[in-house]
Design a binder for this molecule. Sequence first.
Ligand SMILES: [Zn+2]
Length: 265
Amino acid sequence: MTPSTPTPHDPPARRRLPRRGLAGVALLTAGALGAAGGAALTHRLDTHLAPTDRVAPAPTGPGALTARVLLQGPDNAPRACITFDDGPDPTWTPLVLDLLAAAGASATFFVLGQAATAHPDLIAREAGAGHEIGVHNWVHTDVYSADADHLRADVDRTIAAIEAAGAPRPGLWRPPYGRIDAPALAVAAERGLDLLLWSEHTPSAEHARALTTRAHAGSIILCHDGRTQPSRELLEAVGQSLIALADRGLTFVTGSQMLAATLAP
Ligand SMILES: [Zn+2]
């Protein structure tokens, strides 16, 4: 879905990853992306450098360096994903948990590590209700402009914050703005994280209401339960659409469940 009104959460079209195959899965081998690995990178993107100077670092550990990227799930069963980024937030996350319970939906929360450290009770509530918790970033910085060492440290302390709150170790990562490049893919691969992006967006209540006609089997829906975007009107519209879609037979599964369904023969 391409919203009519761009928002800060819309990655520029030129930076979207290409779809691979019907289910939208791209298998990316980080080692293959890092032919010039080991080059020194600045913490912030040097605008004097070409984008192609952004290379993956040399592998730092054994094992296959592969990160999977899911944009949309398969349509061979009536399942979809609802996801919430930028939380946890004491104002919005409890409301989201209530609307998910009312709709009987499982969700995936891509949380900020700093917020998870501040509100471990909300992480515990999300996990206790059967939702999945994944990594967004430590704070809402664009990973496209971070060097691999800094990014690795931010991902690690976000994982630690999630686990410290009592949730399982995350297996999914959604970088802010959906932006990803070779250094960040290498970090994902090193840490055993797959990437879940999205196929539907809800930047307004109008978009949230339109989910009743736009969402379909395989949809991965992006919403927010933190920072600047949430509003009661928008989130209540999301909840009403989830109930309507569930009444039509759509089951909302976690991101990892959708990825597993995509990879199943
Ligand atoms: Zn975000």
